[in-house]
Every structure is written in C-alpha cells, then in structure tokens.
Ligand binder design. Structure first.
Ligand SMILES: Nc1ncnc2c1ncn2[C@@H]1O[C@H](COP(=O)(O)OP(=O)(O)OP(=O)(O)O)[C@@H](O)[C@H]1O
Length: 243
C-alpha cells in the first residue's frame, strides 16, 4: 500500500488552474522529487496535501483520507511540510523554534530529539539562543528541517530547500536530507533538479499542473524531458501556458 496517494488532484486560484489532475503515489521508504519549472504547480501540490489550499481530488495518507482535515491535524498524523521560505518564528530562538516543532508529535511521540538535530547540523549547536530572524538563509533552512524532524514525521515534504543558498551550504543541507531519507520518506520539491536527483530514487515532472513523467530517476538521465519541462516544448507543456 502507498504511504501517500494523490489522485485527480486539482488546485485552482480563481481562473488559474495550478494543478490539473495530478496522480502521485509514494511508498513508505525512499525519496521522490517533484520537479518542474516556475509555476508548474509544485508548491500548490504540497499545499493541497497539507490542507493549506482548497482542492479537488483525493489525498490518502497511510490509508486515511485527508479530505476536510485542518493543516494542524494533518501535521499531527505525521505528514510534515517544510514550506518554501522556511517560515520560522523570527522572534523565537533556534531552540525555541525546535521546541515548537515538537507539538506536531501529538500523541505519537518519538522521533528526533533536539540533540539529534544538533548532531545532524552541528552549526546549530553553537547558536541555540540566537533569534531566528538573525540567522543566515542556510541556518534558517537547517532549523526549518530540524523543526520538522522533532515533530516525528512519517513523511516529510520539503519545498525548495536549496533556494537562495550558496552551493556549499546547499550541499550541507542535501547531505542531511540524504540521511533523513534513509529513515523517513521524503517528497522533495526543487527547481534545482540536479541536486534533487542525486538523493531521490523516483521523480514526477510537472508542466502546467500535469505530470509529464512519473518513474525512476534513471528514466530522466538523458535530460531531454527535463530540458523540455523547464525550458519549454510542445509535448511538455499541455494546456495553456501560465506566467
Ligand atoms: N495564491 C495564489 N493566487 C493566485 N495564483 C497562484 C497562487 N499561488 C500560485 N498561483 C499560480 O499557480 C500556478 C502554480 O504555482 P505554484 O507556486 O504551485 O508553482 P511552483 O511549481 O511551485 O512554482 P514556484 O517554483 O515558482 O513556486 C502559477 O501559475 C502561479 O502563478
């Protein structure tokens, strides 16, 4: 049985169709990359799964339909979203942000401790009392991932974790994600497809809200399909173009 199963997902904002009938299934281990150009519908997919935007279609997590559930309840089931832009509490410290993440554990308990997060990201161990708003982008991303981990995710969804990071910092974040994916299934949204493909075993490529590829990352090796999805071609861009 799939851990996460999405069928016929449709997200609209007014007249814009952001996700246009997406089917996607994830097993209970491994990492899946959700790829595509700007505006392809990647973030909207994650937001729909975590109950942040209205949608049509069915999302089932570990056999439970998420229809009508609040984002808080979905997070307490262990489906945890690290949004684009990190969304930390700026006026809380590193440690306090991590402690807030523990509330997503609900009654499940377990998962990473704050100490485990500091083992994963030693740079944070040095600055537990620093206010989040003063952190660099890379440190913020580490706290955002750590905050998800202490919530004991059963599946973790990350939206563009490397956005705005230097190549070296992005590499540190990706090394941690590789370790995380070894024990928790990861659904990873990225613009930076080469980084994502290095840690994922499966991929879905979106163009204008529709899947143009679903399968093993090996099937993307020759690059043509990704080139088309990111830079445009008639086959890779069904439906009308959106800005
Ligand atoms: N709140 C919103 N209101 C109106 N349109 C939106 C909203 N959010 C997204 N869209 C539109 O929906 C489409 C899909 O956006 P989405 O953010 O899901 O794409 P994406 O693949 O994540 O791209 P990006 O990497 O730029 O975030 C785009 O056309 C976008 O302009």
């Amino acid at each position: 049985m799939s851990m996460l199963s999405i069928s016929g997902l449709r997200v609209r904002y007014g007249t814009t169709v952001a996700v246009d009938g997406l089917d996607l299934a994830m097993a209970s281990s491994g990492a899946l990359a959700l790829l595509g150009a700007n505006g392809a519908g990647k973030s909207s997919t994650l937001k729909a799964v975590s109950g942040l935007v209205p949608h049509e279609g069915e999302v089932v997590f570990d056999g439970v339909s998420l229809r009508g559930m609040s984002p808080e309840r979905i997070a307490r089931l262990g489906l945890i979203h690290v949004p684009e832009g990190r969304r930390l509490f700026g006026n809380l410290t590193v440690l306090e942000n991590l402690q807030v993440g523990m509330t997503a554990q609900g009654r499940r308990g377990g998962g990473h401790t704050v100490d485990d997060v500091f083992d994963l990201f030693p740079a944070l161990r040095e600055i537990p009392h620093q206010m989040a708003w003063t952190l660099s982008g890379g440190q913020q991303q580490m706290v955002a991932i750590g905050r998800a981990l202490v919530g004991n995710p059963r599946l973790i969804m990350l939206d563009e974790p490397s956005l705005g990071l230097s190549p070296l910092v992005a590499q540190t974040v990706y090394e941690a994600l590789r370790q995380i994916a070894g024990r928790t299934p990861v659904l990873l949204v990225e613009q930076n497809f080469s980084a994502a493909l290095r840690i994922c075993d499966r991929a879905v490529v979106l163009a204008n809200g529709r899947a143009v590829y679903t399968g093993d990352v090996a099937g993307l090796a020759d690059g043509t399909l990704l080139q088309n999805a990111y830079f445009g071609s008639p086959e890779a861009t069904p439906g009308s173009a959106k800005g």
